[in-house]
Design a protein around this ligand. Structure first.
Ligand code: F6R
Length: 241
């Protein structure tokens, strides 16, 4: 595990964007595993700025996103498909047919999850997986549990995750109860994993996940075993370490 410690969110975003940009430059047809939520937004803005300056080319990049809410159509403004278009895809020269996100509307959950895992395999696996971390230590939507998950699965969101995400919705009742997420095994199989963690509300999870025992009660902790895991965190997120 390597830690890049930054002063604040802005510096963190540039550091994470540099790692992603380096991957795209080294392998223009790379497979990027992408995350949504607040944490990666600054990194996406930096990537867009470098693209606009002519320094980055996404024309051959392929992407797989971590997760999607069940029941939200891609044009719903809180779906992760919509998030990715408005925060990154619509602003760079990526071919939308090279982007992949679990389908939250597909009626057969098991078939959709199996299709998504097969898609990741068909792409040759993920070169760089970007992650955030939930205040409860979740990665993707793999919530604390008695065991680590394997492939893509449909899960029930915990109350704490629905509470954490209700800031994006009109009310708690509007927050979906289920999501489809890449599994912990999928995430571990990425050749490089980069996590961004910012702010005091992540400090406890960062301490327990990376400076405590590896346990499925703290899903991110398994990244301690990944051979190329980079934690990019600001001082606030590292304040308990
Ligand atoms: C998002 C995802 C989640 C978030 C996590 C942190 O695709 O899979 O694991 O990374 O919930 O969210 P933020 O960044 O909003 O604090």
């Amino acid at each position: 595990m390597r830690i890049i410690r930054t002063r604040d969110y802005q510096e963190l975003s540039r550091a994470a964007a540099r790692l992603i940009a380096a991957q795209v430059v080294l392998k223009p047809g790379c497979v990027l595993g992408l995350a949504t939520g607040s944490s990666p937004v600054g990194a996406y803005q930096q990537l867009i700025a470098w693209y606009k300056k002519g320094d980055l080319d996404f024309s051959q990049v392929r992407t797989v996103n971590l997760d999607e809410y069940v029941g939200l159509a891609p044009d719903h403004d809180q779906s992760y498909a919509y998030f990715m278009r408005s925060n990154l895809f619509d602003h760079v020269n990526i071919d939308l047919s090279n982007t992949n996100i679990p389908d939250g509307l597909a009626p057969d959950a098991a078939a959709e999850c199996a299709r998504y895992d097969e898609q990741i395999r068909a792409l040759g696996g993920v070169d760089l997986q970007l992650l955030g971390i939930g205040p409860n230590g979740h990665i993707g939507f793999n919530e604390p549990d008695g065991h680590f998950s394997c492939g893509t699965q449909q899960i029930q969101l915990t109350d704490s995750t629905r509470q954490a995400n209700k800031r994006f919705f009109a009310s708690l009742d509007d927050v979906p109860t289920h999501a489809r997420t890449m599994g912990v095994r999928d995430i571990l199989q990425a050749r490089r994993v980069v996590m961004v963690a910012s702010g005091e509300n992540k400090a406890k999870a960062v301490k327990e996940a990376f400076f405590g025992p590896v346990t499925p009660a703290m899903p991110a902790s398994i990244l301690q075993y990944h051979p190329d895991f980079v934690l990019v965190a600001d001082e606030a997120a590292l304040s308990l370490v």
